[in-house]
Design a protein around this ligand. Structure first.
Ligand code: ARG
Length: 230
């Protein structure tokens, strides 16, 4: 970037919910980091805007974009028809889906997601994991964050946490915690998209073009490697 483009860069407000490693989470210095954060900043660098990341509860993101308190959001957000009625989505940027985390001691009791159908489940509020929990058993508790849902699982407040598989796998790989395991099954195939206010079609276009550029110039692959080859 030249000094001129930095001086001229516009800053846009992008929301996230930063307890969702490796997509968005905080480091020891309380800085918000992760795959999504690097992706939106790289897109901004291509498209000529700076990004201000705003951390908030997950279920506040769609309303905040809808009322223009945010220009957009990147938070491992699954592209759904229901959300797409209220906000625009960028082109898909990451393939995800839902899996279930259970207590290790229950591994033989719950060999499949289907075997959870009469169990109490946990999920993060307002997520596709919560929708999945609703479909599987209809008996579930919603928590503000995934770590809180996992805590509830460990203290036996529920039998499984329904959450995005890449986040579950990252958690199991990085937290030295062998009391929980994953049921090795992908429930729904889902795609993540960047949410943009419907009032700002120009920004949507810039984001899609920026995404395309970082895919072609290797930046996307570099960021992917940084967060997923741990
Ligand atoms: N992909 C899921 C959804 O869109 C969960 C996303 C949760 N994201 C987060 N940053 N907590 O509902």
């Amino acid at each position: 970037c030249s000094a001129l483009s930095i001086a001229n860069a516009k800053t846009i407000k992008i929301g996230t919910e930063a307890t969702f490693a490796p997509f968005e989470f905080t480091n020891e210095k309380s800085e918000i980091i992760g795959f999504d954060i690097d992706i939106i900043k790289a897109i901004g660098a291509e498209a000529g805007f700076d990004v201000e990341i705003v951390n908030m509860p997950f279920d506040a993101l769609v309303p905040s974009v809808l009322t223009s308190q945010l220009e957009g959001a990147i938070a491992g957000v699954t592209i759904t028809e229901e959300r797409a009625q209220r906000v625009n989505f960028s082109d898909p940027y990451y393939k995800s889906g839902i899996s279930a985390v259970i207590r290790k001691e229950d591994a033989s009791k719950y060999p499949t997601i289907d075997s959870l159908k009469s169990s109490r489940l946990c999920a993060q509020i307002g997520t596709t994991g919560a929708n999945a929990a609703q479909k599987i058993s209809g008996n579930f508790g919603s928590y503000n964050t995934v770590p809180e849902a996992i805590m509830e699982l460990k203290t036996k407040g529920c039998e499984a946490v329904l959450n995005d598989r890449p986040v579950n796998l990252y958690f199991l790989r990085t937290q030295n915690d062998d009391s929980v395991v994953e049921i090795k099954e992908l429930l729904n195939g889902e795609d993540y998209g960047i949410m943009v206010s419907k009032k700002n079609p120009e920004l949507l276009k810039q984001i899609n073009e920026g995404l395309d550029k970082i895919r072609k110039n290797g930046k996307f692959a570099e960021i992917h490697k940084k967060w997923f080859n741990v």
